[in-house]
Design a binder for this molecule. Structure first.
Ligand SMILES: [Cu+2]
Length: 492
């Protein structure tokens, strides 16, 4: 039905147009062709002038109206050190092309008016003019040279790589459908190696955990933090399709290309709260953030820097937005110290951990720190519970009193503690789990306590300070209800 109506409408409009054509022809015949030509020319001329004025006024009004949404105007000044140079380039280009645009626009429509057809006027033809040719070749060439040279200069400054001795932090952004995986180096300041063949459900980046530099790398949650005033080098990669690492407030924009690492270096110069305070001066940012809550937070209070993907990378493209917080160095350090190593929290000890049988340097350091804190507490405390130290990382071969190679780290911590506090005397208590014969377990626990004592005396601790004792399976460290718990064998 709708189709028939549309068809009818088209038919009727065609008939109307044909009829109008016929009427025009008829009037032309009555008035004479010349008369019609003169009228048409006059109308066209005046309409050209009207269009010239209306369009120009419209251009200026809309440019003024939207200037705050355009980069570098109103509230959205650059928040990075290099951004100002890029904004200046855009401004210069805008001014130069703006002048050319206005002149061309006026000339085009003024000429259409001025040289409209008029009775008795003949066109004057100019075949060639060297001076004109020179002017309109030389002027654009000079202007283009200025723009290109300035542009190259800015490009070389913005894209210059960091000097290895410089103070900077390097992070990594990997785009995938549809999110950014951001990786920070751990306290070593270095990002570990990656190998795409290692990519898996629990290792989205394909981090190579045989490289010690990956051990402390951090993959933070939704919010990304950066310290103000510090140079940031972002390594940019992609896993599937083209993405684009885009921080509009910092004038940072770089393609993320699968198989081709790119980078961008920038220095944030305004913290999130600095930027909010700038927005505060503008009326549009003093409107309520949520229209449903007119007395609630204002727009400037809710402002956040955003990381977006500026490549149409698929239908979930929009969801690649992330919040970036630029904070003071102290706030950054506080946030950073709370971040946990991806490897140690997600991968360590699991099947995919290539270092399962090794004790890592960072673990050794961490255990030594924990141990010395516990010893200090035990020495100072009067509570019996505090005086019992569980040596969690000492293990024996199953059913034997032979210490595993990895047990030495904890025992060395104990040697350090005994040397630090020469006055203390300890009871070394051996335990077993409750599988097997209780009598045998009793013997085994005593033997285990003895091998710990031997280890300690071999390292210069006097035997008089050590009281070995076997508790058998009577005092297990963990309830004897699972294989995992049975593996825990404390000494105190
Ligand atoms: Cu994307």
């Amino acid at each position: 039905m709708t189709a028939i109506i549309i068809l009818l409408c088209v038919l009727l409009i065609t008939i109307v147009l044909v009829q109008i054509g016929k009427v025009t022809e008829l009037t032309a015949q009555i008035k004479g062709e010349r008369e019609v030509l003169r009228d048409n020319s006059k109308w066209n001329g005046w309409l050209s002038v009207a269009f010239m004025i209306v369009f120009l006024v419209g251009v200026f009004i809309s440019a003024w109206e939207y200037k705050n949404q355009m980069m570098g105007y109103g509230p959205h000044t650059s928040a990075s050190a290099h951004g100002g140079a890029l904004d200046d380039m855009f401004n210069l280009t805008l001014i130069l092309t703006g002048i050319v645009f206005v002149l061309c626009h006026i000339a085009l429509f003024w000429f259409a008016y001025k040289y409209r057809w008029q009775e008795g006027r003949k066109a004057q033809f100019i075949a060639h003019d060297n001076r004109l040719e020179l002017i309109w070749t030389a002027v654009p060439a000079v202007v283009m040279t200025i723009l290109v040279v300035r542009g190259l200069n800015a490009w070389n400054t913005v894209m210059a790589d960091v000097n290895p001795n410089e103070d900077y932090i390097e992070i990594e952004a990997t785009g995938q459908q549809f999110n950014w995986i951001i990786r920070y180096p751990g306290p070593d300041g270095k990002l570990g190696a990656r190998n795409y063949k290692l990519t898996g459900a629990n290792n989205q980046l394909g981090m190579d955990f045989t490289d010690p530099k990956t051990w402390d790398d951090v993959i933070p949650g939704q919010e990304i933090y950066l310290p103000v005033g510090k140079k940031v080098r972002v390594r940019i990669t992609a896993k599937d399709v083209l993405h684009n690492f885009y921080l509009p407030h910092f004038r940072v924009k770089m393609d993320a290309v699968p198989g081709m690492p790119t980078y961008f270096i920038f220095t944030p110069i305004k913290t999130t709260s600095d930027y909010r305070n700038e927005l505060r001066k503008y009326d549009e940012y003093n409107l309520p953030y949520d229209d449903a809550e007119p007395t609630g937070a204002k727009r400037w209070e809710k402002f956040e820097y955003e990381l977006a993907c500026a490549e149409l990378c698929g239908k979930g493209h929009y969801s690649m937005k992330r919040i970036l917080k630029v904070v003071s160095q102290e706030e950054f350090d506080a946030w950073y110290s709370k971040q946990e190593s991806f490897y140690l929290t997600q991968v360590r000890g699991k099947d995919e951990d290539p270092n399962k049988d090794k004790v890592l340097d960072i673990e050794v350091r961490q255990r030594a720190r924990e141990f010395s804190e516990n010893v200090k507490k035990a020495v100072e405390s009067t509570d019996v519970a505090d005086k019992t130290l569980t040596l969690r990382h000492i293990n024996f071969e199953t059913g034997s009193a032979t210490l595993t190679a990895n047990s030495r780290y904890e025992l060395d911590n104990l040697v350090t503690a005994l040397n630090a506090f020469p006055g203390i005397v300890i009871e070394v208590a051996g335990h077993t789990d409750n599988t097997g014969d209780p009598l045998e377990n009793q013997a085994l626990s005593s033997a285990r306590a003895a091998s710990v004592v031997k280890y300690l005396t071999d390292r210069g601790i006097s035997e008089g300070r050590l009281r070995p004792r076997g508790y058998g399976d009577t005092k297990p460290l963990a309830p004897n209800d699972s294989d995992e718990n049975r593996a825990k064998k404390p000494q105190n």
